[in-house]
Design a protein around this ligand. Structure first.
Ligand code: TRP
Length: 457
């Protein structure tokens, strides 16, 4: 087949950066990162998280880019194209499965964000207090009908953009809106930092208390690093397959990882001072963002406008991240199964909608399906999250590192990542290669064995 010639690529290096950042930046930064820091003890978690980004995140991202651009294929087809032995395709299949599992709960949370945009426009948050912020969140979450409707709307928006052709739309949207999101978070930061008692929040975020560093905390930090950087399931591999031939992929990995971490930290600075100032608890869980941000913007000039803008941009971030997630099965179905793009999108998002309802209806213990437990104490929502973030993504990442580190010729790897020797980045490549071969797999193995109870950290 001649798909290779039909395949689109992003137009410029600038577009590559923003599209990739658009995948990385999403609910992970604004919703998940703050609440995981809150439930895992603050600064110590942040430190381990940043270490995971550098020691594991950047090397694995480079591997995914390598496999993607070298093969110019989807997550499953890439391994066939590179003549890897049959078993390696499993990485691609696991990636397709993870895309579904993540989308089940991600579309649900994105639905809450969309509904907050709508509520903020209606002025529902005028004069909000701690108590009313809480009730509003609970009614958004527990529904039961409205969160399903919002989830449906999210999946429709994502489908329309995906069908209409990702690159032009996405490129343009991410390039303009990412900087605006950044500025809005900065405004939130200024506001949060001028709240009474703000310093307590900063202390929580940045003070490292080493007694907090337990096995589960380290596992959660690694899981978050993978989730945040969209790694371990072929998203970056698929995006890499659309990169321009002249892109410096190591530099792109580093720039995306660092910008993404900066945005997460800025989101933390917006949230934690407010948490302490308004008497919420940092270990609030998934509702943290939804309860604090309306309070942060209450009682300031233009607060209601800023609130709409903030949730609108969070919605955009969630949408661009979802697009990259869903592109994995879509690229697989179109290239490997010969399904047309439109049908591939509809098939994928329909499954996500139907099964996603289980996540939506189990997001809280008082939700309709909230007391059904499938994995120990976990309901559907938490199980989808746990299986994907803490198990499938790290295993996917481990296999990718082993494949590139031990089954690809070093020269081949260096040739592709130096753009056939034109980049002059030999030293960096040698260092990254050591990380890929030894450091990332060791860390992943230790953390994974700990998570399934074989060793105890
Ligand atoms: N990185 C995104 C976020 O932080 C989520 C995401 C998009 C993702 N694509 C992914 C997570 C692929 C894991 C794998 O919100």
């Amino acid at each position: 087949m001649e798909e290779k010639n039909k395949r689109e690529t992003f137009s410029t290096g600038f577009a590559v950066f923003f599209a990739t950042l658009g995948s990385a930046v999403g609910l992970g930064n604004i919703w998940k990162f703050p609440y995981l820091i809150g439930t895992n003890g603050g600064g110590a978690f942040l430190l381990v998280y940043l270490l995971c980004v550098v020691l594991v995140g950047i090397p694995i991202m480079s591997c995914e880019f390598y496999i993607g651009r070298k093969s110019r294929k989807n997550a499953v087809g890439a391994f066939k194209k590179l003549n890897a032995s049959k078993g390696w395709k499993t990485i691609g299949f696991m990636g397709v499965a993870s895309a579904f599992l993540i989308a089940f709960f991600y579309s649900s949370v994105a639905g809450w964000v969309y509904s907050y945009v709508f509520k903020a426009i209606k002025g529902d948050f005028a004069g909000v207090t701690l108590v009313t912020a809480n009730t509003k969140f609970m009614s958004t979450l527990v529904g039961p009908l409205s969160p399903i409707v919002w989830q449906f709307i999210v999946l429709c928006v994502v489908s329309i953009i995906l069908i209409a052709g990702v690159k032009n739309g996405i490129e343009r949207i991410t390039k303009t809106l990412m900087p605006v999101l950044f500025i809005l978070i900065l405004i939130c930061d200024v506001r949060a930092l001028t709240l009474p008692g703000a310093s307590q929040g900063l202390k929580f975020l940045f003070h490292v208390d080493f007694t907090q560093l337990t096995g589960p905390v380290i596992l959660a930090a690694l899981g978050l690093a993978f989730f945040k950087l969209s790694l371990g399931m072929g998203t970056m591999l698929t995006y890499g397959s659309y990169f321009t031939q002249s892109n410096n992929m190591i530099a792109t990995s580093a720039k995306v990882a660092l910008s993404d971490s900066l945005i997460s930290i800025l989101a933390g600075i917006a949230i934690f001072p407010a948490v302490f100032s308004f008497g919420l608890t940092p270990s609030e869980g998934p509702g943290l963002l939804f309860k604090t941000i309306p309070l942060v913007f209450s009682k300031i000039p233009f607060g209601s406008v800023l609130l709409v803008a903030f949730f609108f941009l969070t919605a955009i971030a969630a949408t661009t991240a979802m697009i990259s997630m869903i592109e994995v099965p879509v690229a697989y179905f179109t290239e490997e199964k010969g399904i047309g793009r439109k049908n591939a999108v509809l098939l994928t998002t329909s499954i996500m909608m139907v099964v996603g309802i289980l996540a939506t209806l189990s997001a809280h213990p008082t939700s309709v399906l909230g007391n059904i437990h499938i994995l120990g104490q976990r309901g559907f929502f938490d199980s989808f999250d746990f299986i994907s973030s803490n198990i499938l993504l790290p295993i996917g990442g481990l296999l990718i590192a082993i494949y590139v580190g031990y089954f690809v010729k070093k020269e081949d790897f260096k040739l592709e990542l130096s753009n056939q020797g034109t980049l002059n980045n030999d030293l960096v490549l040698n260092i990254i290669y050591i990380f890929i071969k030894f450091i990332s797999p060791c860390l992943l193995i230790i953390v994974f064995f700990n998570s399934i109870g074989i060793i105890k950290l």
